[in-house]
Design a protein around this ligand. Structure first.
Ligand SMILES: Cc1cc2nc3c(=O)[nH]c(=O)nc-3n(C[C@H](O)[C@H](O)[C@H](O)COP(=O)(O)O)c2cc1C
Length: 512
């Protein structure tokens, strides 16, 4: 059973690779006017507004690691948390078009991830399951009616694959999973700011789908379905998750009335990768204190992906080292929520960093990975230790800007940035042992990207995710001969050039 599911995953991964001479199957034409709706309404579900105040706006980015008193679980504090992880952060306007941005990035700004809140004995909220409506920063009550036997708040997430598949075809499942990783990282930063200790519920895919109502097939007839992903408990106490609601309301709105294509392989790989999140396997290390005075909420709310980098700025060594240590266990609050042995390891193409020779570097995030990478990589790589504070190794000194651009689907951002990160996953063994690892590896890569992006933002720099890369061309550069390791994400960090033609409007009408 696991074997055939793993085979499905491997087949999907192979066919969804982009190659220098062939892109993965996707739509031949795109009708931008027919883009699936970015926001789902639950028609008939009672809607209520959440408070918009950010209650932790005085905490600086440098203070973030310190453990803080836990704020009470109530509607105001949950509203504040949601603002800092999944809410809108701005509207953008250019030449008559308008689009919104959120606290986390998303491939193509298509935002496949839907957010759910399960509340039990939370002041200001009736017990129930709620759909979070990002557009209004409000809740739609999906289910209720159960005597509270517990206290807690849980965030659940589901993906609507079609939002991504509409544009990206078969590769879209990967993007949904990378997005999910960004969302999880965003939740951990927002939670730690509120003094909460989030953790992933170790529940089966069926239990998660049941808790979020995404298994209620009758409700999804004729509309895009939602694939349940994961539930995060916002408090450390492991109280029972309420699921057996007496009343349900609401019908999910249709997002695309005329889908032009179908990509059945996405539902196949989704099915093959249903499973339980990995259980904790390492103890998180304390996060070192830092000294940035910028407000943490400001870092989160002003985060943007660079669309263009200046191609010239040299990254200060302090920021470079910060990026590296934040990716290691204990380097970011994210690793408290994801206390697992690291299985995704960055390879860095350094273009312009103060005191660091341009070249290709590896940052194995575990001791075992270093040996495995060394054995699998090209034997001409030198593996010279390149940093005293992190396991950074120079593989080869080289100007790798053109290579970075070529490997990243010829995108200039990969060469005009200061550093391109190639997120390399331990692949064949984890997927064979548990096909659900395919999702979890992408989540881990998304988390790495999110950490890098927020750390860069705090220092006045910027990051951009790169989901488009030529998989096997990357493997060839590194000398990889099989699928023991596979590249699953790229990330560029550099000094952004803003486009002055685009204007920025507030996310919600009232000032923050
Ligand atoms: C998984 C993922 C893949 C992405 N791939 C690319 C890419 O290949 N090229 C690019 O220019 N931007 C890429 N982006 C950046 C998105 O376009 C960007 O996040 C989106 O437009 C929203 O803008 P914002 O991040 O400023 O909120 C990617 C983002 C994510 C999360």
């Amino acid at each position: 059973m696991t074997d055939s599911r793993a085979a499905t995953v491997l087949a999907y991964h192979t066919r969804s690779k982009h190659a220098l001479d062939r892109y993965a199957a996707g739509p031949g034409t795109l009708d931008w006017d027919a883009q699936p709706k970015a926001f789902r309404d639950w028609d008939g579900a009672q809607r209520s507004a959440l408070p918009r105040d950010i209650v932790v706006s005085d905490i600086t980015w440098g203070e973030l690691p310190a453990s803080r008193p836990s704020l009470p679980l109530n509607g105001s504090n949950l509203g504040s948390l949601l603002r800092l992880c999944v809410a809108l952060t701005a509207w953008k306007e250019y030449a008559g078009s308008r689009w919104s941005l959120r606290a986390h990035p998303s491939s193509g700004n298509l935002h496949p991830t839907e957010t759910w809140l399960i509340a039990a004995s939370v002041a200001g909220l009736e017990d129930g399951l709620y759909h979070y409506h990002n557009l209004y920063h409000g809740l739609e009550r999906r289910a209720w009616g159960r005597a509270a036997q517990t206290t807690g708040a849980w965030l659940g997430f589901s993906s609507i694959h079609w939002r991504e598949a509409w544009k990206y075809g078969e590769r879209a499942f990967r993007y949904c999973q990378l997005d999910m990783g960004h969302v999880l990282a965003a939740v951990s930063y927002a939670a730690v700011l509120h003094g909460w200790k989030p953790h992933l519920l170790l529940r089966s895919a069926a239990d998660i789908a049941h808790a979020l109502g995404s298994d209620r097939a009758e409700d999804f007839v004729g509309v895009e379905n939602e694939e349940a992903e994961v539930i995060v408990a916002l408090h450390a106490t492991d109280t029972a998750l309420p699921t057996d609601w007496q009343h349900w309301a609401g019908k999910p709105g249709l997002l695309d009335a005329r889908p032009l294509y179908q990509w059945p392989v996405i539902e196949e790989v989704a099915h093959a990768t249903r499973g339980t999140p990995p259980s904790a396997s390492v103890s998180p290390l304390p996060i070192p204190a830092r000294d940035e005075d910028i407000r943490a909420a400001q870092v989160i709310l002003k985060r943007r992906s660079a669309q263009t980098f200046d191609g010239a700025s040299v990254m200060p060594q302090t920021l470079f080292k910060r990026l590296l240590t934040s990716l290691l266990p204990g380097g970011s609050p994210v690793w408290e929520m994801w206390p697992h042995v690291a299985r995704v390891h960055p390879v860095l193409l350094v273009h312009r960093v103060e005191g660091v020779a341009p070249g290709v570097y590896a940052l194995p995030r575990s001791g075992a990975a270093k040996e495995a990478m060394r054995a699998a990589f090209r034997d001409t790589f030198t593996w010279e230790a390149a940093d005293t504070e992190s396991p950074l190794f120079q593989l080869i000194a080289a100007r790798a800007g053109k290579t970075a651009r070529t490997l990243s689907c010829h995108q200039d951002i990969a060469t005009d940035c200061a550093v391109t990160f190639i997120m390399l996953a331990e692949f064949a063994a984890p997927v064979a042992a548990d096909p659900a690892a395919y999702r979890h590896l992408h989540w881990e890569a998304g988390m790495l990207g999110h950490i890098v992006t927020l750390e860069a933002e705090a220092a006045g720099w910027r990051g951009t995710g790169i989901g488009c890369f030529f998989d096997d061309a990357v493997h060839e550069v590194l000398g990889l001969q099989n699928d023991r390791f596979q590249v699953i994400y790229h990330y560029a960090v550099g000094m952004a050039l803003d486009d002055p033609r685009i204007s920025t409007l507030p996310a919600y009408e009232e000032p923050i």
